[in-house]
Design a protein around this ligand. Structure first.
Ligand SMILES: Cc1cc2nc3c(=O)[nH]c(=O)nc-3n(C[C@H](O)[C@H](O)[C@H](O)COP(=O)(O)OP(=O)(O)OC[C@H]3O[C@@H](n4cnc5c(N)ncnc54)[C@H](O)[C@@H]3O)c2cc1C
Length: 288
């Protein structure tokens, strides 16, 4: 790995000042589980590495006004173990516990995962299905970006070099909704998904869909919100046939890459199958 200068600021203001000073020659580091691998492979060669680890104001999970506000530096493990998160959106608990291993979840952060933007990650589909947004701040102000507009391409987001992702805002899951996160992992427990699907589904007493969120990971260059599948179910009676029809629309929405985990055709078929299964499970959870 090439040499670099390491900075360890303790406030967000100091982080902004360092980013303003070093511009595109600087990289932020949170848990380091993604960035360090990229630096070792010389895919990223920053002159300055700015650690967020001491910036306490970026950590924590709060429940307010129908939303969860999750500090970017909150680790996967903290979120997985949080009662506040579990009460607010059980899908988060179901998802984060599937990420890699406990050792990785102890250090990888919620904000680092989103900015890393590996499309095979587990948390982006869950956050997309829940309708989350992120806050991006630089020294001059901040903006809120819908997560559906955040990912641009493989490992690329709309985050500017002078911006810090400070917070993830997640609308709470309705108490009557059911959710499911399914990850197909044929190799090892800490592998990335062949395909993963998150679904959250709210139905009324007659079984009519009141709201639905569906998103996939490892199925294209970015995480994908399956809006056509959602449209099939929204306002309709949720039946096995409707779920099958919704899942089938995913075939046209995905664009997976062939790799050691499977061919493009296989992953496309698996996207349809796993969407159907995730919807069936979310529906069963909503009715139970
Ligand atoms: C062996 C292994 C297996 C894994 N398996 C999985 C898996 O199955 N599923 C899964 O979802 N994840 C998995 N991960 C984790 C995942 O791929 C990322 O490494 C991790 O989520 C990145 O989080 P981090 O906090 O370590 O980010 P870092 O590595 O610190 O940073 C990643 C990127 O985000 C930027 N960044 C970090 N924080 C901020 C911020 N607040 N604002 C702006 N930019 C920021 C950094 O500059 C860098 O570009 C695995 C990791 C490893 C090492």
């Amino acid at each position: 790995m090439r040499g670099f200068e390491f900075h360890a600021p303790s406030t967000l203001k100091e982080v902004h000042n360092l980013l303003a000073q070093h511009g595109e020659n600087a990289k932020l580091i949170a848990g380091g589980t993604g960035l360090v691998l990229m630096m070792k492979q010389q895919l990223v060669v920053p002159d300055h590495v700015i650690s967020l680890a001491n910036v306490a104001e970026l950590s924590g999970i709060a429940s307010e006004n129908g939303s969860l506000r999750i500090g970017a530096l909150t680790t996967h493990r903290t979120l997985e173990m949080s009662d506040v998160a579990l009460q607010g959106a059980s899908l988060l608990h179901d998802t984060y516990k599937h990420v890699a291993t406990i050792r990785i979840r102890e250090v990888a952060t919620v904000g680092g995962a989103l900015t890393h933007a590996d499309p095979a990650q587990d948390s982006p589909p869950a956050l997309l299905a829940l309708g989350a947004s992120v806050k991006l701040a630089n020294g001059k102000g901040e903006r809120t970006v819908d997560l559906a507009d955040f990912f641009e391409d493989y490992y690329t987001t709309v985050t500017e070099p002078d911006e810090v992702l400070t917070e993830v805002i997640v609308p709470k899951q309705s108490a009557s909704a059911g959710a499911a996160f399914l990850k197909f992992l044929p190799r090892t427990a800490d592998d990335y998904a062949t395909v993963c699907v998150a679904a959250v589904l709210d139905v009324d007493a007659s079984g009519k869909c009141q709201s639905v969120g569906i998103a996939l990971g490892a199925a294209g260059p970015t995480p994908i919100r399956a809006t056509d599948a959602e449209a099939v179910l929204q306002g309709q009676q949720v039946t096995p046939e409707a779920i099958r029809e919704a899942a089938e629309t995913v075939r046209a929405a995905v664009d997976p890459t062939a790799d050691i985990r499977g061919s493009k055709e296989y992953k496309t078929d698996m996207s349809v199958v796993f969407t159907r299964r995730a919807l069936e499970q979310a529906f069963a959870n909503a009715r139970s």
